[in-house]
Structures are given as C-alpha cells and as structure tokens.
Write a protein that binds this ligand. Structure first.
Ligand SMILES: Cc1cc2nc3c(=O)[nH]c(=O)nc-3n(C[C@H](O)[C@H](O)[C@H](O)COP(=O)(O)O)c2cc1C
Length: 336
C-alpha cells in the first residue's frame, strides 16, 4: 500500500506517509513558564511509540509576549529539553518530528487583527520565529511547521480578507507573505539538508488564491506544504461527485496538482485505508490524522495490527478542545 511506502525530503527519510497532525490537548495542566507539563510530555511519549512517518507537535508559542493557549512554548532555552525527549522517542521508532510554531492569536474569527502591528514589532516577531526554529533544531527535531492556517496569526497575514495593510506586509500575495519571507530568510541560514521547512497553509475564499499562495510559498522555499482550512473558516467548494472526502481534503488535493513540493492533506480522513486511497490516486504525498491519534494514542500501531484499536467517535465538538479527559473513546478503552 502506497501509504506505507517511504519518502525522502532532502536528506530526511520518512518510513511511511502517515502523519500525526498538530493538536493542542486542551485541559492538560499548563505551566506559567511555557515548559510542557509532565502530563503533556507523557501524551507525546505515548504517541511516539507508534511507528508513523511523522509526528507534528501542537502549536508551540514563539513568544512570551502573549499568553500561550494550551500551555507550551519554545521561546526559551528551558523549553528545549522536553522537545529533545520527544524527538528521541520518535527517532527510536524511526518517526520524524516537526515542531509547529505559532505566534499566539485568538484568530480572525474572534476579532484578532494583524493590521495595526508596526514594522518594529514585526521585526521582533520575525526574530522570535527564527530563534524558536533554531531551538527546535537544537532539540533534534527534523523540521518545523509554521502554523499559517485556521484563521490564526500567519493565516491573517496571508489572507486577502484579513490583511488590509498598505505597507510591505500587505497588498498582493508577495506582500501578504512578506513576513513568511523574512522568517524563511532567517531560518535559511541554519536550515541545512537534514532540517525541513514546512508550512501549514489555510485556504482562502477561492481556489485560485489558494493556488497562488501555495506557489508563492514554494517559491519562497517551503519544502513541505500542509493544507487545512483558513479564512473564511468554512466555504462552499464544488467537490466532484463521488469524491469521498470533505472540502478541506479536496483543497489540499487541488493544490497538490499545482505545486512541485510534497503536500500533506488532512481532515476527517479517519482510517489508514481511506488515507491510502488518496495516496494511491496521487492526490497527496502524506495523509495526516488528528483526532484518531487523540482517541487512540496507538492509532497507527493498533490499526496496523488490527487489534485493540479504539476509533474516534467523532463527537459533535471534540472534547479535546476543552476536557481531554472526557473523550469517550479514551474512556471506553480505559486508556485514561
Ligand atoms: C483538540 C484539537 C487541537 C488542535 N490543535 C491544533 C494546533 O495546535 N495546530 C493546528 O494547526 N491544528 C490544530 N488542530 C487541527 C488538527 O491538526 C486537524 O487539522 C483536525 O483535527 C482535523 O483532522 P482530523 O479530522 O484527522 O482530526 C487541532 C484539532 C483538535 C481536535
């Protein structure tokens, strides 16, 4: 099955095409220092025992200037040790680890804006992203993923709906991605052949803009593109009849046709078999799974062995957004 085939990006080998998507397990203890709690660290170590191709951490904050939702940062050297422990656990199973980096934001949907930030503030933020990425490399991560989706900070810059700036950080697609360009230029210095620069992009309100954005990201040096929802949070997409996936996956598969870098698709893929269908049809290079890894920490390993797998019950609102310890699938399997 194609989903189990290895792939290489630069010098970094991935043993298969299965990705654990970035997810903040809300409700776990949060430390004011931004250091991961023991519970949170355990959460990752448990999931590192699977054998999937790639694990992506939850969004880690690059700054102490704003509160960190979900409780983990990578804005200080004291954050490196836990990430190093997760990277080591992943590497023991030949799984690669990316850290997702984000500047905390309540998001476009909740009234946040990037339009009033000054050039001086953006220079500081750029530096914070670059320093955070360097710490990830120090920790032994195989790459970083910039969080540019779901209406949050970088998504607001990239979005023609949210970005009303008239300076160098706004305007056409090149202007809207100027902040990403500045971040990439800082990271390029230490990128090397064994550290990958990836980007999670959010869709826009039309596919042409998505394609333009994806191509511009490729031209900037993004090496792996992960496609998810963006601004607006939902949109109507004419999905071809018989396409058995949702509009977020469809957006990713559409973008894949227009870029030359590997593309990860995500959202409600649910099973390895369904992920494999996407890969077999050449519609993506990686399939990411979120909630399945929350419901069953050993989602990948248990699906493979076809034993003890507890599927996500797809609650109307995932309980991991508020109280992870009430997840019915976790409770059912007595894994809590
Ligand atoms: C509890 C929870 C927290 C999430 N946190 C993040 C995050 O930190 N960064 C991010 O890009 N996406 C985040 N997501 C979105 C997931 O990465 C993924 O795109 C989404 O769950 C859809 O995939 P799925 O249907 O396989 O769960 C989160 C999702 C959930 C359920």
């Amino acid at each position: 099955m194609k989903i189990f085939e290895p792939i290489r990006i630069k010098k970094v080998p991935f043993q298969n095409r299965v990705v654990m998507a970035p997810m903040v397990p809300f409700g776990m203890p949060e430390l004011p220092t931004g250091v991961m709690s023991d519970t949170l660290l355990r959460h990752y170590l448990d999931r590192a025992a699977n054998g999937m191709g790639l694990m992506i951490t939850q969004s880690l904050s690059v700054t102490k200037a704003r509160p960190t939702a979900g409780g983990a940062g990578i804005y200080a050297d004291e954050h490196i040790d836990n990430l190093r422990a997760i990277a080591a656990a992943c590497h023991e199973r030949d799984t690669r680890l990316f850290a997702q980096l984000a500047y905390p934001s309540i998001g476009h949907q909740n009234g946040d804006s990037v339009n009033r930030l000054t050039a001086e503030e953006l220079a500081v933020i750029t530096e914070e992203f670059v320093e955070a990425a360097f710490r990830c490399k120090e920790a032994g991560c195989d790459g970083i993923e910039l969080h540019g989706a779901h209406g949050f900070f970088l998504n607001m810059f990239a979005s023609p709906l949210a970005n009303q700036r008239t300076d160098i950080y706004g305007g056409d697609v090149d202007g809207r991605l100027h902040l990403v360009r500045c971040i990439i230029n800082g990271i390029r210095v230490f990128l090397g052949a064994d550290f990958i620069f990836s980007y999670r992009m959010g869709w826009s309100d039309d596919m042409n803009t998505d394609i333009q954005t994806a191509q511009a990201l490729e031209a900037l040096g993004v090496e792996l593109l992960h496609v998810s929802s963006g601004i607006p949070a939902s949109r109507y997409t004419a999905i071809p009849e018989g396409f058995p996936f949702n509009s977020v996956v469809f957006a990713g598969t559409d973008i894949k046709k227009h870029v030359n870098i590997p593309v990860t698709v995500v959202n409600d893929i649910r099973t390895l078999n369904r992920g494999n269908t996407l890969l077999e049809n050449g519609l993506c290079d990686f399939a990411a799974f979120g909630r399945p890894f929350l419901a069953d920490p050993l989602f990948f390993a248990n699906s493979l062995s076809n034993k003890d797998h507890e599927p996500c019950l797809r609650c109307k609102t995932c309980l991991w957004f508020t109280h992870y310890d009430r997840c019915p699938a976790l409770k059912k399997s007595k894994r809590l």
